[in-house]
Write a protein that binds this ligand. Structure first.
Ligand code: TXA
Ligand code: MG
Length: 344
């Protein structure tokens, strides 16, 4: 067992906070950083020992690779061994922003970053504090989401403090994350471009920029088959799970609310849309309006944490749509529910 002796400081994302983060990162320490998607647990991506300490602090399985964050496009050439034209087109269209691109791993990036794979995933975040911290550190930053493994991703500094208090020296507070779900992860290392994890940048948008089909991994909506090798190690893990047992319920407002009211029980809560709330007779947490997937994405992880704070034992979650940005929300909830779905 690693012993943690840090007293975690939380600093605002001003010049002093950014400078403190840059100093710690350059010295091989871990720092919690805000991004537009979720908070990340950052370390110098070129320092293998620093990278290994991310896995320890997060209790992350050693075979689950990390994303490298950059602040300038030219940095991509120091990280990837090859940069195909398609990667540059995507970068120009979607960076800075919530898109991660997997390319062949370059020699400056130690294998620990990629859990031994010969590929590396790269993202340029748009959050001004994230960009300032990358520049202040003078390093590309390896950063997974800042939750302890298996917990919902943090979208506020206090969520990250809940999971990492005492394990890291500093969290920089950049406010609530505006996107709220992690970046779209896509690979250019397969025959055809493939989305491994859906996010705010959709497959349709990627396909429009590339002028070719972009496939969605079947594991996004189905999980892995018995014995199947995952295309992305992250697919293997349950993920995003609150303490409560979550079940997704598919139906319209009337069907969902009638079902929930008929199945009230001790410790049960609803995770619902704003439209459902007036008709519900059990305690609920709202995660946006039914027709606003961006709002749902922004709120879903904090809603899952709130259900735990309320002591929910079981949760009936109103299932979102499954196309466009809503696919990202659906994918996270499906994992939070360990693929339990009731179709009304
Ligand atoms: O929005 C985000 O992407 C956030 C913020 C902090 O940037 N980061 C994030 O990192 O979500 P993480 O580690 O929680 O998720 C990265 C996912 C994992 O499922 C991992 O398996 C996959 O990306 N991944 C990373 N590198 C990969 C690679 N070389 N090949 C396949 N999958 C990879
Ligand atoms: Mg994560």
């Amino acid at each position: 067992m690693t012993e943690y002796t840090f007293d975690t400081q939380v600093l605002p994302g001003d010049d002093a906070g950014v400078a403190a983060a840059g100093r710690l990162l350059a010295a091989g320490q871990l720092v919690g950083i805000p991004t537009e998607t979720v908070y990340g647990l950052a370390a110098d991506a070129t320092d293998a020992a620093a990278v290994l300490s991310i896995y320890a602090a997060k209790e992350r399985p050693a075979d689950n690779p990390l994303i490298v964050h950059i602040a300038e496009l030219e940095e991509i050439y120091n990280i990837a061994a090859e940069v195909p034209e398609a990667a540059l087109r995507l970068a120009k269209a979607f960076w800075p922003g919530p898109l991660t691109i997997i390319l062949p791993r370059g020699k400056n990036i130690p294998p620990e970053v990629s859990a031994g794979l010969d590929t590396v995933s790269i993202r340029m975040p748009s959050h001004p504090v994230a960009r300032a911290i990358i520049k202040a550190s003078g390093k590309p930053l390896a950063a997974p989401s800042g939750n302890r493994s298996g917990r919902p991703s943090p979208t506020e500094a206090r969520h990250m403090l809940e999971d990492m208090n005492g394990r890291i020296p500093l969290i920089v507070d950049g406010g609530e994350c505006s996107v709220g779900v992690e970046s779209t992860v896509m690979t250019l290392c397969t025959q055809e471009p493939l989305v491994l994890r859906p996010g705010a940048v959709t497959a349709e948008q990627l396909s429009a920029v590339l002028g070719c089909p972009v496939l969605l991994s079947h594991a996004i909506t189905e999980g892995l088959k018995e014995g199947e090798a995952p295309q992305s190690p992250g697919m293997k893990y349950k993920h995003y799970a609150p303490k409560a047992e979550v079940t997704l319920v598919v139906g319209d407002t009337a069907q969902y609310t009638a079902y929930v009211n008929a199945h009230a029980e001790e410790g049960r809560m609803a995770l619902c849309f704003a439209e459902d709330e007036p008709a519900l007779q059990i305690p609920c947490v709202v995660y946006g309006a039914a027709d606003k997937p961006e709002q749902q994405a922004q709120q879903v992880f904090s809603a899952l944490r709130r259900l735990d704070e309320c002591g929910a034992k079981t949760v009936l979650a109103h299932c979102p749509q499954t196309g466009g940005v809503a696919l990202a929300v659906y994918n996270r909830l499906l994992r939070a529910a360990a693929f339990r779905v009731i179709q009304l």
